[in-house]
Design a protein. Structure first.
Length: 181
């Protein structure tokens, strides 16, 4: 099993940030990575990124990727994100599997962020060697985590927006757990 992790809204001082963990079984990794590339090609974009995309692109991307087989775990954490203990709590309760091949986190992270994450992994008996930070160009599946995290945070901030409700409805059946601080 591969786990792809992305956050949305961690730079904000109020509201909540979202963490999206996208779970992918090993036999589906190549299929999913290729599906992301094909979806982007079909839409006519190079690399999907929630914050850089128009609603029409977001809609098409999520509709395409939700045809694939993956599961999602989500946490909503109070801001300021890094001052909160919610991050560690969320990871302790979201990462419970032992058969993890690799955990890939989007983007370069601070040393304190990595230390907290590694502590949670060690406490769970998961090798910290399985933790990688990478950009979404190296792992197209990270773009799914970015999309999910973006939808979840935007939905929290704008619960009446029908556009985000539609996007959320596309993957709601793939959600295994939602933690909210």
């Amino acid at each position: 099993m591969y786990i792809f992790l992305d956050e949305s809204g961690v730079d904000k001082q109020k509201g909540k940030s979202s963490i999206a963990l996208v779970y992918i079984t090993v036999e589906n990794l190549d299929v999913l990575q290729n599906a992301v590339l094909e979806a982007e090609k079909k839409i006519g974009i190079k690399n999907f990124h929630w914050s850089h995309s128009a609603w029409s692109v977001r809609k098409l991307f999520i509709e395409e990727i939700c045809k694939q087989d993956f599961k999602i775990k989500i946490a909503l954490i109070k801001n300021p994100f890094f001052a909160s203990s919610g991050y560690e709590y969320a990871l302790q309760h979201l990462v419970v599997e032992r058969n993890v091949i690799s955990m890939i986190i989007d983007g370069k992270k601070s040393k304190s962020y990595e230390r907290k994450f590694k502590k949670v992994l060690r406490d769970k008996g998961i090798s910290v060697q399985k933790l990688k930070t990478a950009n979404d160009e190296a792992y197209p599946a990270l773009r799914i985590a970015d999309a999910i995290a973006g939808v979840v945070r935007y939905r929290y901030e704008n619960p009446e927006d029908e556009r985000v409700q539609y996007l959320y409805s596309k993957f709601v059946k793939k959600i295994l757990i939602i933690l909210e601080e």
